[in-house]
Design a protein around this ligand. Sequence first.
Ligand SMILES: NC(=O)C1=CN([C@@H]2O[C@H](COP(=O)(O)OP(=O)(O)OC[C@H]3O[C@@H](n4cnc5c(N)ncnc54)[C@H](O)[C@@H]3O)[C@@H](O)[C@H]2O)C=CC1
Ligand SMILES: O=C(O)CCC(=O)C(=O)O
Length: 312
Amino acid sequence: MPSPVVLVADPLPAHLTAELAADFDVRHCTGSDRAQLLAAVPEASALLVRSATRVDLEVLDAAPRLRVVARAGVGLDNVDVAAAARAGVVVANAPYSNVVSVAELTVGLVVALARPILPASESVHAGHWRRADFQGVELAGSTVGVLGLGKVGELVAGRLRAFDMRVLTHDPHVRDDALERTGAQAVALEELLRQSDVLTVHVPLTDATRGLIGERELSWAKPGLRLVNTARGGIVDEFALAQALKEGRMAGAALDVFEFEPPLSSPLLGLPGVIATPHIGAGTAQAQERAGREAVRAVRQVLTGGAPDPAA
Ligand SMILES: NC(=O)C1=CN([C@@H]2O[C@H](COP(=O)(O)OP(=O)(O)OC[C@H]3O[C@@H](n4cnc5c(N)ncnc54)[C@H](O)[C@@H]3O)[C@@H](O)[C@H]2O)C=CC1
Ligand SMILES: O=C(O)CCC(=O)C(=O)O
């Protein structure tokens, strides 16, 4: 009997896909290339993806043999989970694999918005010595608003407390133990914006959170707000954010994620005060290893019998 086909649609550590190849027919495609994905998926019993591959109804309809979609990462906004369930396809993500890496990048972006380290370095490399051009602000004593106190939000809150920042949060499902651990104070969304010097976004992208930070919410912002988004594009309205920055109502923004990636037509590209990174929150060796390993384990569990163990 031929081995089940495992289709790897986004980059994963090569040694992990090599391990799978011992037992399965591992094939590769570029999942962000729709034609390639649709051509390859009909044979697949398992589909391994990260965030770049969209697994929607069209893909599921084209994949009659599919039994599992394994997402080597956290966010499931690129997978139609309800349609997969209707088709009897297991969807497994790796919910703890990369949260530390995302939290660490977030803290780096918070610091980079307060202290212009990279522009100062570029200036020195260019032969200048302009100390007065690179004045920043202290984080200690200022307030950070954590939007979404889940796994990443809690790690970020704890790390920013170590900078002596006051931590506020808004999260309709916030747990008391998370508030206790972080020392965060829960407030309404409007209050979060009115009081925060830094707003950091850590909610998933869903129908309820799309556009959660838009024109109205940014009109509440404390003057000089600095915003960090390492969660998902689409949660913060890029046009409203660009307008607030251009009008000088906000001091800066750091974005790891965009509504469309790459963000070729984003109004934020090229704006002064905007730091942009190419969705690298999970871009560490450790996070990629953990996420890939969890995804591979999910594939094995489904293809060799039994649903994945969510606690594994
Ligand atoms: N940049 C990157 O590479 C990465 C980005 N992410 C993104 O980070 C997001 C958060 O990850 P986790 O913290 O692990 O998720 P989580 O599920 O542990 O936490 C999300 C939190 O958001 C809260 N929330 C939901 N709707 C809300 C709303 N309307 N207002 C305020 N809070 C709301 C939830 O109650 C929950 O506490 C992921 O969904 C993913 O999109 C995750 C990993 C890597
Ligand atoms: O490596 C990736 O797919 C991006 C990570 C991410 O955004 C996630 O895990 O939700």
